[in-house]
Design a protein around this ligand. Structure first.
Ligand code: SF4
Ligand code: SF4
Length: 485
């Protein structure tokens, strides 16, 4: 059994975090290092995917759109490269959402809030907005100084430029979003010439506003107060999950370089932390990680870069703040061996579930039918007695042709050998079976009449409608009942 998580000896007290505190403006300082580079790369890749994916083409044939990813609301279709999802196949979307949730759980079990720190859209866009802010208004100290200054023309000019660029990015973000719902090149030209629909402009406006507000103004408050994930994540994590950790066993007692060097020479306790506050200055949420793991910490790793830079400058080993666990810190203090266990029941369980869901989805995609049939019995009247004594039931059938060419289907009955089937408005093939033609990638609803001449004792008899594709011989069937007096 694993040890229970240990309370952090330097942990933030209740006094440090009043329930209703006014927001303190945060001016995160620029930082360079391994994790900052990873974050820039992730930012470039994720934004690149988001902005340019709608322009990628995928050839599907003459009767289907050639956009690789398209949510075609008008025709109720979702296209994802070679996959086309119909409304009745919404379980694929459910499967994708389950996979996404399990991936998040697995990431959390391995390395805490790694999603929040590197991949979450709020983090990515806020990072981009901070980059613009630093480029125009300078780094932390300059921005702090300028915000205290009188509003002069150059200060105002810089602010107008910053907000202008923010709004442009926000507008592009909203613009890219609507491109997933229509043919992207066509919509771009319609938007530019003001011929696009009002709904497109409305959505761009809504997303421009939300991006500008969330990434430009609310920033860390979204992570701290609005997002439910930190609370859920805290309930899902365990003591083995790697988190950005201040190694207080090595850092404390903190003190200046000189003072602690002297103490060390005298054999007295002295840590490596020089209390320079660089880890706090670079933090986008204003957290002092030396107080232990906190809800506000998005695990972005920038404090690790800041501290590594400081340690390099003063000639001490890097990694005073690193991906580690409080359990290991305590183990080192007590002289016990460290425990690093990425492969454990929790991670195996999530990975196993992901594999099962993934395989089920791949299997159902591979065995997916291009033909779908559903039937609905008339509710009123349930049956009609004709003048010759036979009984007739009416049904409405719906056929979905998922092929990209027109198909002809024959419809037959199973279960009532003496019954006749007629399709209202349908043709007959050479064997006298009713034929229904359905256009490419379309559904067709049609009325069907089943007439039975046999006299029966039962008032409800099972029957089966069988639909056969005349080109390929593929079949689809569905069951219902024939009602009699
Ligand atoms: S950056 Fe490192 S040395 Fe400086 S205060 Fe933070 S933990 Fe201590
Ligand atoms: S404490 Fe460190 S890891 Fe956490 S949000 Fe601040 S900079 Fe990022």
């Amino acid at each position: 059994m694993a040890d229970a998580p240990l309370p952090h000896p330097l942990g933030a007290s209740a006094d440090d975090a009043p329930l209703y505190a006014p927001r303190k403006q945060i001016y995160p300082q620029a930082v360079k290092g391994r994790y900052r580079t990873i974050k820039w790369v992730v930012l470039a890749i994720t934004l690149g995917i988001y902005y340019f994916l709608p322009f990628i083409r995928w050839e599907r044939g003459p009767n289907a759109p050639d956009q690789a990813i398209l949510v075609d609301l008008a025709n109720s279709r979702f296209y994802f490269f070679f996959i086309e999802i119909w409304p009745q196949e919404v379980y694929y979307i459910t499967g994708l959402l389950v996979l996404a949730a399990l991936t998040l759980f697995l990431m959390n079990a391995v390395a805490g809030r790694i999603w929040c720190g590197y991949l979450c859209p709020q983090t990515v866009w806020t990072d981009l907005f901070y980059a613009v802010e630093r480029f125009i208004e300078g780094d932390r100290r300059e921005r702090m100084r300028r915000d205290k200054e009188r509003l002069t023309l150059p200060v105002l000019g810089r602010k107008v430029l910053k907000h202008g660029i923010w709004l442009m990015i926000a507008w592009w973000t909203g613009g890219a979003w609507v491109l997933y719902f229509a043919d992207a090149p066509t919509l771009v030209s319609e938007l530019a010439t003001f011929r696009a629909s009002f709904v497109a402009y409305l959505w761009i406006g809504i997303l421009t506003f939300t991006t500008y507000t969330l990434a430009g103004f609310m920033r860390e408050q979204v992570c701290t107060y609005m997002c439910p994930w930190p609370r859920i994540q805290a309930a899902l994590t365990d003591e083995y999950a790697l988190n950005v950790t201040y190694r207080y066993d090595r850092g404390e007692p903190r003190g200046s370089v000189k003072k602690n060097d002297v103490l060390k020479l005298q054999g007295l306790p002295a840590g490596d932390c020089i209390d320079c506050n660089q880890c706090v200055a670079v933090c986008p949420t204003g957290v002092d990680i030396r107080k232990g793991l906190q809800l506000d910490c998005i695990q972005c790793g920038l404090c690790m870069d800041a501290c590594d830079t400081v340690m390099t400058k003063i000639g001490r080993p890097q990694g005073l703040i690193a991906y580690d666990t409080d359990m290991n810190v305590q183990a080192r203090i007590e002289g016990r061996p460290e425990v690093r266990r990425i492969v454990r029941p929790r991670t195996l369980f999530y990975a196993g579930l992901m594999a099962v869901v993934g395989l089920v989805m791949i299997g159902s995609l591979a065995m997916r039918q291009s033909l779908y049939l559903s039937v609905m019995h008339d509710r009123n009247p349930l049956y009609v007695r004709l003048s010759d004594g036979s009984i007739r039931n009416g049904f409405t059938i719906r056929i979905a042709n998922k092929n990209l060419d027109e198909r002809r289907y024959s419809l037959s009955l199973d279960g009532l050998p003496e019954a006749r089937i007629d399709v209202v408005g349908g043709d007959l093939d050479q064997q006298g079976r009713p034929i229904v033609t359905v256009g490419p990638d379309q559904t067709r609803e049609t009325r069907v009449l089943v007439t039975d001449t046999a006299s029966r004792a039962e008032d409800s008899m099972p029957l089966r409608f069988v639909l056969t594709d005349l080109a390929t011989g593929d079949t689809a069937s569905t069951s219902d009942h024939f009602k009699a007096p």
